[in-house]
Design a protein around this ligand. Structure first.
Ligand code: ACO
Length: 330
């Protein structure tokens, strides 16, 4: 059976840069504290009139061009985001309209920072079952819209950005060898936006209590993130009949350098430059977009050789987690 492949990738960053020095002026924090605890130096912030759908649309255009297909060949649009333009209609539909593609399904996926890997799993299944031919995956986040910039424990972490890829059987690219997905809803309260949904609809009280912002228990999330990404990586490797030593490149969720370093300890055969870290330093935690941006950057550096295996792993609110093994073909 022909496997599904990633045949093109793209990304988009808003222009405005928010540095640690900018945050030092508003919060009781320091560049030194942020860099040593997280590895983050700066992040991007979308414009007031620049939305998740706009960023996703721009990343999609780049992925379509990279795949060298016509937009009209796309028959499914999957958008992974926890910051949709609206609760409904879906951001996937808004992007469908911007792309002006007539014959396509459109669906949002809410799996927080694991959204890109969840979308890869769904796209792989739909392509390999011949239900669709060319699936456009987009991950786009305007996290600045739900960050409380008075809370130093979260304001330092997050940034806005988008990524996209095309999954198809046609052409050469990165074969999706396996995808493992997991969840643990018992820990939902450790990372949550408590208001805005049907449980706590917007009221004066929810706004006054700042319940529309991200709330996170950082230390607990850290521990779960490391354990779950290692576990998911082992499962995805075993599904692909591979060992850790068969992996040539590791792309962990770009949330925090210390989390990346803790995961990297399981891949001692990999040289430092084979563990992708560049996104977290310049763009912070971009949630669902993070691993897709890293894949796009690594791919365009032209360092991956034919038949090399790449392991992606992510973890996010829910909790959700997942890992995927890709192999460069051709
Ligand atoms: N600047 C200065 N001091 C700070 C800051 C800050 N920005 N934030 C917290 N502190 C203080 C705390 O108040 C605390 O002070 P205290 O000891 O006087 O009480 C001290 O620093 C230590 O706080 P901790 O929360 O224990 O710090 P920790 O070393 O755990 O680092 C961090 C915090 C960076 C948030 C870390 O826990 C972390 O990275 N967690 C994972 C977060 C993450 O990646 N979340 C997203 C993953 S899932 C997803 O992507 C959605």
């Amino acid at each position: 059976m022909d496997k599904a492949k990633i045949i093109g990738t793209g990304k988009y960053f808003p222009k405005k840069v928010l540095t640690n020095e900018d945050l030092e002026k508003k919060l009781d924090t320091s560049d030194e504290w942020i860099r040593t605890r997280t590895g983050i130096k700066e992040r991007r912030i979308a414009g007031a009139n620049e939305y998740t759908s706009d960023m996703g649309y721009k990343a999609a255009l780049e992925a379509i061009e990279d795949a060298k297909i016509s937009k009209d060949e796309i028959d499914f649009i999957l958008v992974a985001t926890l910051t949709p333009d609206y609760i409904f209609p879906s951001t996937a539909c808004l992007i469908q309209a911007k792309l002006d593609i007539k014959n396509t399904a459109a669906l949002d996926i809410q799996a927080a920072c694991s959204g890109y890997i969840y979308a890869l799993s769904l796209a792989k299944a739909l392509i390999e079952q011949n239900q669709y031919k060319n699936i456009l995956i987009i991950a786009s986040e305007k996290l600045s819209s739900i960050v409380n910039y008075e809370d130093r424990t979260t304001a330092i972490l997050f940034g806005d950005a988008a990524t996209a890829c095309i999954v198809s059987k046609q052409k050469k690219g990165y074969e999706i060898e396996s995808v493992y997905l997991g969840s643990d809803g018992k820990e939902a309260n450790l990372l949550i936006q408590p208001a805005g949904g049907s449980r706590n609809p917007a009221t004066h009280e929810t706004v006054e209590k700042k319940m529309h912002y991200i709330q996170m228990s950082g230390r607990d999330v850290f521990k779960h993130a490391v354990r779950r990404m290692i576990e998911a990586s082992e499962k995805a490797l075993s599904m692909a009949n591979l060992k850790a030593s068969d992996i040539s490149w590791l792309i962990p969720h770009q949330a925090n350098l210390r989390i990346i370093d803790a995961i990297a300890k399981r891949f001692t055969h990999l040289d430092k430059e084979k563990i992708f870290k560049e996104v977290v330093y310049k763009f912070g935690n971009t949630s669902a977009s993070s691993v897709g941006i890293a894949l796009d950057m690594l791919k365009k550096e032209n360092k991956i050789k034919t038949n090399e295996n790449i392991l992606l792993t992510a973890f996010g609110a829910g909790f959700t987690f997942g890992s995927a093994v890709l192999r460069k073909i051709g």
